[in-house]
Design a protein around this ligand. Structure first.
Ligand code: PNS
Length: 167
């Protein structure tokens, strides 16, 4: 298959850190497209909870091998998503939607991105069991000693405890 024939999607986000809700969306995106580029978009002026390298490692190690073979994880700083899509040769963005609040947040971005370069956004309904799961919420719960097992990959669970609970 030539590069032009490959259907490539971008799954953008901060992934600070990846949750099992993200994993579900990445696995389903990889079933729909030939290649998925997980774009870890970060602001170099802001330090997240996890470094960009840590976030990338968590993502790579949380995907089943058969899926990981068609997924590439890359970091981008201070870039428009549409420019990232152009650079990696993707004409579609895939995002998970947990509900109406996500849709209200995502719709203007999807429309703006299409306005800018014509890139389309495909929304996948999030798995109901992860509807309440976000990176920020799992960090807050973990920080105060709450149990987020089953909501993030095991390695992330250990890292959250190490990073947040003891500080
Ligand atoms: O995980 P998040 O925080 O929901 O991800 C949001 C993200 C990084 C996907 C979004 O903020 C984004 O696309 N940022 C890149 C900059 C950009 O293109 N902004 C204009 C969007 S219309």
């Amino acid at each position: 298959m030539s590069d032009e024939q490959i259907r490539r999607a971008v799954c953008p986000g901060s992934y600070d850190p990846i949750t099992l809700g993200h994993v579900d969306v990445l696995v389903r995106a990889a079933a729909l497209y030939d290649e998925v580029v997980v774009a870890v978009l970060h602001n170099p002026a802001k330090s997240g909870t996890f470094t960009v390298d840590e976030r990338i490692g968590f993502i790579e190690r949380s995907l089943p091998d058969a899926v990981a073979a068609r997924v590439r994880v890359e970091a981008f700083a201070g870039r428009l998503l549409v420019d990232v899509c152009r650079d990696v040769g993707a004409d579609v963005v895939v995002k998970g939607l947990r509900g109406g609040t996500d849709f209200a947040y995502e719709l203007p971005m999807a429309l703006m991105n299409r306005h800018l370069t014509g890139v389309e956004t495909v929304f996948l309904p999030g798995a109901p069991e992860f509807e309440h799961v976000s990176s920020s919420l799992v960090k807050e719960v973990a920080k105060f000693g709450g149990d987020v097992a089953g909501l993030v990959p095991d390695e992330v669970l250990a890292a959250l405890t190490e990073r947040l609970v003891r500080n």
